[in-house]
Design a protein around this ligand. Structure first.
Ligand SMILES: NC(=O)c1ccc[n+]([C@@H]2O[C@H](COP(=O)([O-])OP(=O)(O)OC[C@H]3O[C@@H](n4cnc5c(N)ncnc54)[C@H](OP(=O)(O)O)[C@@H]3O)[C@@H](O)[C@H]2O)c1
Length: 271
């Protein structure tokens, strides 16, 4: 039987590349997004549907899941990919910025999980994939709240797998490094109040370096391949790192003391 994947945030970047990869490899694909385009890439193909899904709106999550199950009979893999980065100086951010970041990256992921788990439980199986980041296990400057959301999803996923494994449901965490997508420009919510002059120099230098890293990152297809592996390897492995830079950085973070890691980031990003 043809398997079905549903992906959130499939309008661009990692989500779009993942949808295309699963489609090429013969799966039914439910590419979900906040604003479906007027023309779809595979309008005639019965294996591809586009559904509206905003992770901050529970009704759209339920209706996209229902549409997928009505059309294909079941969902085998659900990829929680939708997310964005709130970036800048923490003092400049207000409650609304912070809430919106958590609403999308954390509560959006949890809402989606609560929507699909009853279906997976009935089927005695399914794969729940949460796209976090290497930034769920290490940190960089100006991403304090973003890191908090990704660390939250990491802890959520690691604990959740204990209760889902006996039910045959696999939880997978995908940890990309720097990936060349809209993440660093169109999607970024950059917040810095220039009146807080003590930060200005640091922000100017640091953001330029962080954004340059993103622009030189790996293509989103790198992550799509890793999501494919996590979906199909049949293992109970929890974590999958995506990108060579990601593997190197996580290894470094593990082997050097925190103080040395902090000095390294300061010298590379802030100086
Ligand atoms: N790029 C990187 O270097 C990198 C590294 C580590 C982790 N990640 C993670 O990878 C995931 C995908 O990011 P990307 O790099 O592919 O960036 P992207 O190209 O900006 O894609 C982000 C996607 O999330 C969607 N989205 C944002 N808010 C949403 C909401 N409320 N409901 C539904 N969809 C929403 C966006 O939709 P719209 O088109 O409507 O804005 C877009 O489709 C994110 O979770 C990000 O944190 C990225």
């Amino acid at each position: 039987m043809i398997q079905t994947v549903l992906i959130t945030g499939a309008s661009t970047g990692i989500g779009k590349a993942t949808a295309e990869l699963f489609f090429e490899r013969g799966w039914n694909v439910v590419a979900t997004m906040r604003t479906p385009p007027k023309s779809e890439p595979h309008p005639q193909d019965s294996r591809w549907i586009v559904a509206r899904l905003d992770v901050t709106d529970p009704l759209t999550i339920e209706s996209a899941a229902k549409e997928a199950i009505d059309r294909f009979g079941r969902i085998d893999v659900w990829v929680n990919n939708a997310g964005y980065g709130l970036v800048g100086t923490f003092e400049s951010m207000n409650g609304e910025h912070i809430r919106r970041q958590f609403e999308t990256n954390v509560f959006g992921t949890m809402r989606c999980a609560q929507t699909i788990l009853p279906h997976f439980r009935q089927n005695c199986g399914g794969v729940l994939i949460n796209v976090t980041s290497i930034g769920a296990r290490l940190t960089f400057p100006f991403y304090s709240v973003y890191h908090a959301t990704k660390w939250a999803v990491d802890g959520f996923s690691e604990s959740l797998q204990f209760e889902l494994r006996p039910l045959g449901i696999r939880v997978k965490i995908i940890e990309p490094g720097a990936i060349r997508t809209d993440f660093y420009d169109r999607s970024a919510d950059f917040v810095h109040d220039q009146a807080l002059i003590s930060y200005n120099n640091m922000v100017e230098k640091g953001m330029a370096k962080m954004n340059a890293t993103g622009r030189n990152g790996a293509p989103p297809s790198t992550v799509a391949e890793v999501i494919w592996k996590a979906s199909t390897d049949g293992s109970w492995r929890l974590r999958y790192v995506a990108g060579l830079d990601a593997k190197a950085l996580l290894t470094l973070r593990r082997v050097i003391p925190t103080r040395a890691y902090q000095a390294l980031v300061r010298s590379q990003v802030l100086k």
